[in-house]
Write a protein that binds this ligand. Structure first.
Ligand code: HEM
Length: 401
């Protein structure tokens, strides 16, 4: 039987309403299918794969559209390395640091330090996910792909972005070293500035008056259960909508018929995924992640330094006068977040072309450049300085109480 005929037989419809002209072979195949056919009739897996390979790509779609699948692959990597780490990690103030030290030094076989390698992949994987997400957002923003009918695809994406930031914030505390401890003190102190609910939010995050055992348990539960579960649901819905509305073509439609996803776009995706994964492996091998001394709540001479992707916000807080601190901690991040969620409705232009929506493009470009500039400034200055951060009352241990 030809492949085409097999496909015909294996659709759910043909299995329910069998055509009267069916050959003996077809009937036999349906009455006593092979295990593969039986499964296919129930799962429709190959049909699903085929449908995705045939997904039409408008002319002009290319390298920029590879970022979504890069993100998907990085997420799968992140879940895998995370599960491997969870096998050895122990979340408790007495055990967390020692267990990460063991991961760094003790999980060795066949002459390879697997623990350190997997931890490196997880650490650099998380940074790569933030970079790829930001690039994906920027590409969707300039292409105006958030417009009708893709408003909800965008809104779900914004929530995915928040969950990703939450995952990296909660994950940062888990090694329970000085760096982790003080970055969390700094971060959770910002919550206090939220009007009315600030102290309650901070207490809820900390599980007590300061960063301690309860905070570590909460962050661990958030990091390995709550946020990943939310991410899986949001990603599933996001991808469903991406397929439902198909991918938007270039802002200026290009001549040519849509092409199926396979082979051209799939090969482009594969190159970008291979490149991304190769960079992560290289970083993990050449710059394996370190571990500082165990968290010491009494140590007053430690310079807190958040992860690089929070440095923009951290720099902003350093330059804000004390009386305007709330602008840096709550107003600016709040306005940007709300603006992102409402973007499809704030942008009233019917056209996706950047020239036809100058207000949104100028505002968006300004914000992107400012965040980029502040982050770069923070990276070049090597993170937060103790004196400056004291002036913002966010780094001293007293401030955590
Ligand atoms: C785990 C994170 C994410 C995954 C796995 C993911 C996956 C994808 C994929 C596979 C596509 C189609 C290919 C492409 O355009 O690159 C896509 C498109 C899209 N994504 Fe995401 N995405 C994620 C995060 C986000 C975020 C953070 C936003 C926005 C804030 C977003 C908004 C969109 C929109 C609006 C489209 C439709 C683009 C178009 O039709 O041209 N996504 N996403």
């Amino acid at each position: 039987m030809s492949e085409q005929e097999t496909q015909k037989v294996l659709t759910p419809e043909t299995s329910v309403e069998a055509p009267k002209t069916k050959s003996k072979e077809d009937r036999l195949r349906q009455d006593r299918p092979s295990l593969g056919d039986w499964l296919e009739l129930r799962l429709g897996w190959w049909g699903f794969v085929r449908k995705n390979l045939d997904e039409p790509m408008p002319a002009g779609v290319g390298w920029w559209q590879t970022l979504g699948n890069l993100l998907l692959t990085l997420m799968v990597f992140q879940f895998t390395t995370g599960i491997a780490l969870a096998i050895y990690y122990s979340a408790g103030p007495e055990t967390a640091h020692a267990s990460v030290k063991f991961i760094n030094e003790g999980v060795q076989f066949w002459g390879i330090n697997w623990g350190l390698a997997v931890r490196g992949l997880h650490v650099y994987g998380s940074a790569a996910i933030v970079v790829a997400t930001v690039l994906h957002i920027i590409r969707v923003f300039y292409w105006g792909s958030y417009k009708k009918p893709r408003e909800l695809t965008w809104v779900l994406g914004v929530f995915i972005f928040f969950v990703i930031l939450g995952l990296s914030f909660t994950g940062y505390l888990l090694p329970w070293d000085q760096k982790a401890y003080w970055a969390t003190v700094v971060g959770t102190n910002m919550a206090k500035d939220v009007p009315v609910l600030g102290t309650a939010i901070q207490q809820m995050l900390l599980g007590g008056p300061e960063v301690g055992a309860a905070t570590l348990s909460r962050f661990y539960a958030l990091h390995v259960m709550v946020l990943p579960a939310a991410l899986i649901v949001l990603m599933g819905l996001h991808l469903y909508l991406v397929r439902k509305h198909h991918i938007a073509g270039p802002v200026v439609p290009q001549k040519g018929k849509p092409k199926p996803f396979y082979p051209d776009q799939l090969y482009k995706d594969a190159w970008v995924v291979l490149g991304g994964v190769a960079i992560i492996i290289w970083l993990a091998v050449v710059y394996p992640p370190g571990l500082e001394g165990v968290a010491d709540p009494t140590g007053v001479d430690f310079t807190p330094k958040p992860e690089w992707y929070y440095l923009g916000l951290y720099e902003l807080l350093k330059i804000m006068p004390k009386e305007l601190k709330i602008v840096g901690t709550v107003v600016i991040p709040g306005v940007i977040s709300l603006g992102m969620i409402l973007l499809p409705w704030l942008d009233r232009s019917k056209s996706r072309h950047p020239a036809m929506r100058p207000g949104i493009i100028i505002a968006g470009t300004f914000i992107i450049l400012m965040i980029g500039f502040m982050t770069m400034k923070g990276v070049l200055e090597g993170g937060g300085g103790h004196e400056e951060s004291e002036s913002t009352e966010i780094s001293s241990p007293e401030a955590s109480v």
